[in-house]
Design a protein around this ligand. Structure first.
Ligand SMILES: [Fe+2]
Length: 306
Protein backbone atom coordinates (compact mmCIF):
# COMPACT_ATOMS: atom_id res chain seq x y z
CA UNK A 1 0.00 0.00 0.00
CA UNK A 2 1.38 3.43 -0.95
CA UNK A 3 2.53 5.75 1.83
CA UNK A 4 -0.11 8.33 0.83
CA UNK A 5 -2.80 5.81 1.78
CA UNK A 6 -1.12 4.51 4.93
CA UNK A 7 0.50 7.56 6.51
CA UNK A 8 4.00 7.44 7.98
CA UNK A 9 5.16 4.77 10.39
CA UNK A 10 4.59 5.96 13.96
CA UNK A 11 6.49 4.80 17.03
CA UNK A 12 4.25 4.74 20.08
CA UNK A 13 5.89 4.61 23.50
CA UNK A 14 3.92 3.53 26.55
CA UNK A 15 4.79 2.57 30.11
CA UNK A 16 2.77 -0.21 31.73
CA UNK A 17 2.79 -0.93 35.46
CA UNK A 18 2.69 -4.60 36.40
CA UNK A 19 1.83 -5.66 39.93
CA UNK A 20 4.69 -7.57 41.52
CA UNK A 21 7.09 -7.09 38.60
CA UNK A 22 10.45 -8.45 39.81
CA UNK A 23 12.95 -5.64 40.54
CA UNK A 24 15.39 -7.02 38.00
CA UNK A 25 12.77 -6.46 35.26
CA UNK A 26 12.16 -2.77 36.03
CA UNK A 27 12.54 -0.87 32.77
CA UNK A 28 12.24 -3.98 30.58
CA UNK A 29 11.59 -2.94 26.97
CA UNK A 30 9.08 -4.82 24.84
CA UNK A 31 8.45 -4.07 21.19
CA UNK A 32 5.03 -5.04 19.89
CA UNK A 33 4.26 -5.49 16.16
CA UNK A 34 0.99 -6.68 14.67
CA UNK A 35 -1.07 -7.25 11.52
CA UNK A 36 1.67 -7.16 8.90
CA UNK A 37 -0.56 -8.53 6.10
CA UNK A 38 2.51 -9.20 3.98
CA UNK A 39 0.86 -10.11 0.68
CA UNK A 40 2.55 -7.89 -1.90
CA UNK A 41 -0.09 -5.18 -1.62
CA UNK A 42 -1.05 -4.28 1.94
CA UNK A 43 2.46 -3.75 3.35
CA UNK A 44 5.24 -2.06 1.39
CA UNK A 45 8.85 -3.24 1.62
CA UNK A 46 9.80 0.28 2.70
CA UNK A 47 7.38 0.33 5.61
CA UNK A 48 8.42 -3.17 6.67
CA UNK A 49 12.10 -2.22 6.65
CA UNK A 50 11.32 0.96 8.62
CA UNK A 51 9.42 -1.09 11.20
CA UNK A 52 12.28 -3.59 11.55
CA UNK A 53 14.83 -0.78 11.91
CA UNK A 54 12.66 1.02 14.50
CA UNK A 55 12.26 -2.20 16.45
CA UNK A 56 16.01 -2.83 16.57
CA UNK A 57 16.70 0.83 17.45
CA UNK A 58 14.53 0.40 20.55
CA UNK A 59 17.08 -2.22 21.72
CA UNK A 60 14.29 -4.51 22.96
CA UNK A 61 14.53 -7.14 25.64
CA UNK A 62 11.66 -8.99 24.00
CA UNK A 63 9.79 -8.67 20.69
CA UNK A 64 6.12 -9.71 20.63
CA UNK A 65 4.04 -10.28 17.50
CA UNK A 66 0.23 -10.55 17.58
CA UNK A 67 -0.73 -12.14 14.29
CA UNK A 68 -2.03 -11.67 10.74
CA UNK A 69 1.38 -12.06 9.06
CA UNK A 70 -0.35 -12.72 5.72
CA UNK A 71 -3.81 -11.94 4.36
CA UNK A 72 -5.18 -15.08 2.70
CA UNK A 73 -2.58 -17.19 0.88
CA UNK A 74 0.10 -18.24 3.43
CA UNK A 75 2.86 -18.50 0.78
CA UNK A 76 4.28 -14.96 1.36
CA UNK A 77 5.25 -16.00 4.91
CA UNK A 78 8.52 -17.40 3.51
CA UNK A 79 9.61 -14.03 2.09
CA UNK A 80 8.38 -12.27 5.22
CA UNK A 81 10.34 -14.65 7.45
CA UNK A 82 13.53 -13.85 5.52
CA UNK A 83 13.03 -10.17 6.28
CA UNK A 84 12.08 -10.75 9.95
CA UNK A 85 15.39 -12.57 10.45
CA UNK A 86 17.00 -9.18 10.95
CA UNK A 87 14.94 -8.47 14.08
CA UNK A 88 17.11 -8.56 17.17
CA UNK A 89 16.12 -8.96 20.81
CA UNK A 90 17.89 -10.11 24.00
CA UNK A 91 15.25 -12.59 25.19
CA UNK A 92 13.87 -13.64 21.81
CA UNK A 93 10.80 -13.14 19.65
CA UNK A 94 7.41 -14.64 20.55
CA UNK A 95 4.29 -14.68 18.40
CA UNK A 96 0.66 -15.70 18.24
CA UNK A 97 -1.42 -16.24 15.11
CA UNK A 98 -4.36 -14.17 13.90
CA UNK A 99 -7.50 -15.13 12.00
CA UNK A 100 -5.81 -14.50 8.64
CA UNK A 101 -3.09 -16.99 9.52
CA UNK A 102 -5.76 -19.69 9.64
CA UNK A 103 -7.52 -19.05 6.32
CA UNK A 104 -6.59 -22.34 4.64
CA UNK A 105 -6.24 -25.78 6.16
CA UNK A 106 -2.44 -25.67 5.75
CA UNK A 107 -1.99 -22.01 6.81
CA UNK A 108 -1.37 -22.59 10.51
CA UNK A 109 1.30 -25.24 9.93
CA UNK A 110 3.03 -23.35 7.12
CA UNK A 111 3.16 -20.06 9.01
CA UNK A 112 4.22 -21.66 12.29
CA UNK A 113 7.01 -23.60 10.56
CA UNK A 114 8.30 -20.57 8.65
CA UNK A 115 8.45 -18.42 11.79
CA UNK A 116 9.90 -21.20 13.94
CA UNK A 117 12.63 -21.82 11.34
CA UNK A 118 14.01 -18.31 11.93
CA UNK A 119 13.84 -18.63 15.72
CA UNK A 120 10.46 -17.02 16.42
CA UNK A 121 8.54 -18.99 19.05
CA UNK A 122 4.91 -19.33 17.99
CA UNK A 123 2.62 -19.84 20.98
CA UNK A 124 -0.72 -21.57 20.32
CA UNK A 125 -2.32 -22.05 23.72
CA UNK A 126 1.12 -22.20 25.33
CA UNK A 127 2.97 -20.54 28.19
CA UNK A 128 6.60 -19.43 27.93
CA UNK A 129 9.02 -17.76 30.34
CA UNK A 130 11.41 -15.71 28.17
CA UNK A 131 12.03 -13.15 30.95
CA UNK A 132 12.46 -15.76 33.70
CA UNK A 133 10.27 -18.02 35.82
CA UNK A 134 8.79 -15.07 37.76
CA UNK A 135 6.73 -13.66 34.87
CA UNK A 136 4.75 -15.71 32.37
CA UNK A 137 4.06 -15.04 28.71
CA UNK A 138 0.79 -16.64 27.60
CA UNK A 139 0.03 -17.05 23.90
CA UNK A 140 -3.60 -17.83 23.05
CA UNK A 141 -5.15 -19.40 19.97
CA UNK A 142 -7.08 -16.86 17.92
CA UNK A 143 -10.44 -16.07 19.49
CA UNK A 144 -12.33 -17.03 16.32
CA UNK A 145 -10.73 -20.48 16.21
CA UNK A 146 -12.34 -23.48 17.86
CA UNK A 147 -9.23 -23.83 20.04
CA UNK A 148 -9.49 -20.52 21.88
CA UNK A 149 -9.46 -21.78 25.45
CA UNK A 150 -7.92 -19.41 28.00
CA UNK A 151 -9.27 -21.51 30.86
CA UNK A 152 -6.91 -24.39 30.14
CA UNK A 153 -3.87 -22.11 30.32
CA UNK A 154 -4.64 -19.37 32.81
CA UNK A 155 -5.97 -21.75 35.44
CA UNK A 156 -2.50 -23.35 35.54
CA UNK A 157 -0.82 -20.15 36.72
CA UNK A 158 -0.67 -19.20 40.41
CA UNK A 159 -2.55 -15.96 41.00
CA UNK A 160 0.56 -14.30 42.45
CA UNK A 161 2.50 -14.75 39.19
CA UNK A 162 2.54 -11.70 36.87
CA UNK A 163 1.65 -12.53 33.28
CA UNK A 164 1.50 -10.94 29.83
CA UNK A 165 -1.08 -12.38 27.43
CA UNK A 166 -0.83 -12.30 23.62
CA UNK A 167 -4.26 -12.55 21.99
CA UNK A 168 -4.84 -11.33 18.43
CA UNK A 169 -8.43 -10.14 18.88
CA UNK A 170 -8.98 -7.43 21.54
CA UNK A 171 -12.55 -8.65 22.13
CA UNK A 172 -10.93 -11.50 24.05
CA UNK A 173 -10.45 -8.99 26.87
CA UNK A 174 -14.08 -9.76 27.77
CA UNK A 175 -13.71 -13.49 28.57
CA UNK A 176 -10.22 -12.81 29.96
CA UNK A 177 -11.79 -10.71 32.71
CA UNK A 178 -12.23 -14.00 34.57
CA UNK A 179 -8.49 -14.26 35.24
CA UNK A 180 -5.58 -12.11 36.30
CA UNK A 181 -4.10 -10.50 33.19
CA UNK A 182 -1.51 -7.80 33.84
CA UNK A 183 -1.06 -6.82 30.20
CA UNK A 184 -2.92 -8.08 27.14
CA UNK A 185 -1.40 -7.28 23.74
CA UNK A 186 -3.70 -7.41 20.72
CA UNK A 187 -4.06 -6.11 17.17
CA UNK A 188 -6.64 -7.15 14.53
CA UNK A 189 -8.50 -3.82 14.27
CA UNK A 190 -5.83 -1.82 12.35
CA UNK A 191 -6.93 0.93 14.73
CA UNK A 192 -10.17 1.20 12.76
CA UNK A 193 -8.11 2.59 9.83
CA UNK A 194 -10.39 5.61 9.31
CA UNK A 195 -10.60 7.75 12.42
CA UNK A 196 -12.45 11.00 13.03
CA UNK A 197 -10.28 13.00 15.47
CA UNK A 198 -12.05 13.42 18.80
CA UNK A 199 -14.83 11.00 17.83
CA UNK A 200 -13.15 7.65 17.19
CA UNK A 201 -13.26 5.11 14.38
CA UNK A 202 -15.76 5.49 11.57
CA UNK A 203 -16.89 1.89 12.18
CA UNK A 204 -17.82 2.77 15.75
CA UNK A 205 -20.10 5.55 14.49
CA UNK A 206 -21.54 3.68 11.55
CA UNK A 207 -22.71 0.64 13.50
CA UNK A 208 -25.66 2.39 15.25
CA UNK A 209 -26.68 3.93 11.91
CA UNK A 210 -26.38 0.57 10.16
CA UNK A 211 -28.69 -1.10 12.68
CA UNK A 212 -31.46 1.37 11.76
CA UNK A 213 -31.19 0.62 8.03
CA UNK A 214 -33.42 -2.30 6.93
CA UNK A 215 -31.35 -5.40 6.07
CA UNK A 216 -32.76 -5.49 2.56
CA UNK A 217 -31.28 -2.03 1.83
CA UNK A 218 -27.83 -2.50 3.43
CA UNK A 219 -26.29 -4.46 0.56
CA UNK A 220 -26.91 -1.67 -1.89
CA UNK A 221 -25.58 1.12 0.30
CA UNK A 222 -21.90 2.04 0.72
CA UNK A 223 -20.34 1.56 4.20
CA UNK A 224 -23.22 -0.62 5.37
CA UNK A 225 -21.04 -3.72 5.78
CA UNK A 226 -21.25 -5.28 9.24
CA UNK A 227 -18.09 -3.80 10.73
CA UNK A 228 -19.15 -5.00 14.18
CA UNK A 229 -18.21 -8.49 12.96
CA UNK A 230 -14.55 -7.41 12.91
CA UNK A 231 -14.81 -6.55 16.61
CA UNK A 232 -17.61 -5.92 19.05
CA UNK A 233 -15.59 -3.34 20.95
CA UNK A 234 -14.55 -0.65 18.47
CA UNK A 235 -13.94 1.62 21.46
CA UNK A 236 -10.81 -0.48 22.06
CA UNK A 237 -9.65 -0.20 18.43
CA UNK A 238 -6.25 1.21 19.37
CA UNK A 239 -4.06 2.21 22.28
CA UNK A 240 -4.08 1.60 25.99
CA UNK A 241 -7.27 0.66 27.86
CA UNK A 242 -8.02 -0.26 31.43
CA UNK A 243 -10.70 -2.95 31.57
CA UNK A 244 -11.41 -3.96 35.14
CA UNK A 245 -8.05 -4.92 36.66
CA UNK A 246 -6.68 -5.66 33.24
CA UNK A 247 -4.53 -3.48 30.96
CA UNK A 248 -5.15 -3.92 27.23
CA UNK A 249 -2.92 -2.48 24.51
CA UNK A 250 -4.21 -2.62 20.92
CA UNK A 251 -1.64 -2.04 18.17
CA UNK A 252 -2.86 -0.34 14.94
CA UNK A 253 -0.80 -2.79 12.91
CA UNK A 254 1.50 -2.32 9.92
CA UNK A 255 -0.61 -3.58 7.00
CA UNK A 256 -3.41 -1.53 5.48
CA UNK A 257 -6.67 -2.51 3.83
CA UNK A 258 -8.29 -0.56 1.01
CA UNK A 259 -9.22 2.37 1.00
CA UNK A 260 -6.36 3.24 3.35
CA UNK A 261 -5.81 4.94 6.67
CA UNK A 262 -6.91 8.36 7.86
CA UNK A 263 -5.58 9.74 11.16
CA UNK A 264 -4.62 6.17 12.00
CA UNK A 265 -1.01 5.53 10.93
CA UNK A 266 0.77 2.17 11.07
CA UNK A 267 2.54 1.53 14.33
CA UNK A 268 5.50 0.04 16.16
CA UNK A 269 4.91 0.03 19.91
CA UNK A 270 7.68 0.33 22.48
CA UNK A 271 6.46 -0.73 25.92
CA UNK A 272 8.45 -0.11 29.09
CA UNK A 273 7.52 -2.24 32.09
CA UNK A 274 7.49 -0.82 35.58
CA UNK A 275 6.40 -2.30 38.90
CA UNK A 276 3.58 -1.58 41.32
CA UNK A 277 2.46 -3.27 44.53
CA UNK A 278 0.43 -6.48 44.30
CA UNK A 279 -3.17 -6.01 45.59
CA UNK A 280 -3.87 -7.82 48.88
CA UNK A 281 -6.85 -9.55 47.24
CA UNK A 282 -4.46 -11.46 44.99
CA UNK A 283 -3.17 -13.34 47.99
CA UNK A 284 -6.15 -15.71 47.50
CA UNK A 285 -6.98 -17.71 44.36
CA UNK A 286 -9.23 -15.88 41.92
CA UNK A 287 -12.47 -17.57 40.85
CA UNK A 288 -12.30 -18.93 37.33
CA UNK A 289 -15.56 -17.97 35.72
CA UNK A 290 -16.58 -20.61 33.20
CA UNK A 291 -19.84 -18.82 32.51
CA UNK A 292 -18.41 -15.80 30.71
CA UNK A 293 -19.99 -15.74 27.26
CA UNK A 294 -17.46 -16.09 24.45
CA UNK A 295 -18.32 -14.11 21.35
CA UNK A 296 -16.93 -16.74 19.00
CA UNK A 297 -17.27 -16.00 15.31
CA UNK A 298 -16.58 -18.12 12.27
CA UNK A 299 -13.06 -18.06 10.80
CA UNK A 300 -11.98 -15.46 8.26
CA UNK A 301 -13.30 -17.41 5.29
CA UNK A 302 -16.88 -16.76 6.33
CA UNK A 303 -16.81 -13.03 6.88
CA UNK A 304 -14.89 -10.01 5.75
CA UNK A 305 -12.43 -9.31 8.49
CA UNK A 306 -9.35 -7.30 9.35
FE1 LIG B 1 -7.14 -10.07 12.27
Amino acid sequence: MHRILTGPLTIESVTVAIAGLPDRLQGTTLVHLSDLHYDGFRLSETLLQQAIAATNRANPDLILLTGDYVTDDPEPIHDLAQRLQSLSSRAGIYAVLGNHDLCYRHSQTQITQALTAIGIQVLWNQIAYPLGADIALVGLADMWSREFNPQSLLSQLPLQLPRIVLSHNPDSAVPLQAWRVDLQLSGHTHGGQVVIPGLGTISQWLDPVRRKVPKSLRRGLPLMRKCHKVVQHWEWAQGLHRIGDHTLYVNRGLGTYFPGRLFCPPEVTVITLTGKPTPDAWGAPMANNRDVALAVNPSCGAIKSM
